[in-house]
Design a protein around this ligand. Structure first.
Ligand code: CA
Length: 238
């Protein structure tokens, strides 16, 4: 039997990856799910294809010849290209997630990853992109105002100093839309799979956020503990 024709209607995914076996494996896995796949083998070619062909999602390796994944991501955001970007990062690159979030990436996947995990993240990002109204830009904690896009926080005229990780945690909580976020998910998205941060690290960061944002940190009104699970964000009704 001849191989089936490539699909012509599924979402278009641009894979920017310099390692050929990885690029081909990603292309095969995505094509098998009905996605249309474009590829680029270096950062400059990837940027060019992203701008010309306007894919629905980009899988972006970080270590790339000519232009690395962080610079490519930052350049797309500078040009106001809002395509969802899933970064692929090596296990050893501890700081990549935070740097990538700062550069405007939407999610991370640590190599080596399973095809199943990859496809789940791709589906989630495409789903989120189809509901732009869901993208949360601002949060209020009583009189405190957080701008998740610009990464600024103020209470009245007082500037509140939040770290990049604290903004990333708030973004994750906001995107969960009132559902609990597990400590493992925080570690996965905000820290990466590294040996030294423990789930206690998450508790300490939540305590720091409560101290900065909650009107009464001992009785949190917004950053709620979900016992045995993690944390969830209670948003003020508009
Ligand atoms: Ca690479």
């Amino acid at each position: 039997m001849p191989p089936p024709d490539p699909p012509t209607t599924g979402p278009r995914i641009l894979v920017i990856e310099d390692e050929r076996p990885m690029r081909i494996a990603l292309e095969d896995a995505l094509t098998a799910e009905g996605y249309r796949v474009l590829t680029a083998a270096d950062g400059a070619a990837g940027l060019d294809r992203a701008l010309k062909e306007k894919p629905d999602l980009i899988l972006l390796d970080i270590m790339l010849p000519k232009l690395d994944g962080f610079a490519l991501c930052a350049e797309l955001r500078r040009l106001s290209v809002s395509v969802p970007i899933l970064m692929l990062t090596a296990k050893s690159q501890v700081e990549d997630r935070v740097t990538g979030l700062d550069a405007g990436a939407d999610d991370y996947l640590v190599k080596p990853f399973s095809t199943r995990e990859l496809l789940a993240r791709v589906r989630a990002l495409l789903r989120r992109a189809q509901q732009p109204g869901k993208t949360i830009r601002d949060l209020s904690f009583g009189t405190a105002r957080i701008d998740l896009v610009r990464q600024t926080a103020v209470r009245g005229r007082t500037v509140l100093h939040l770290t990049a990780r604290e903004f990333a945690m708030l973004r994750l909580l906001a995107e969960a839309d009132g559902q609990p976020v597990t400590r493992e998910r925080f570690l996965d998205v905000v820290w990466g799979y590294t040996a030294f941060p423990t789930t206690r690290t998450i508790d300490n960061h939540i305590a720091a956020l409560r101290a900065k944002l909650e009107p009464d940190p001992v009785h949190p009104r917004y950053l709620k503990t979900v016992h045995g699970v993690g944390y969830r964000l209670e948003r003020e009704s508009e």
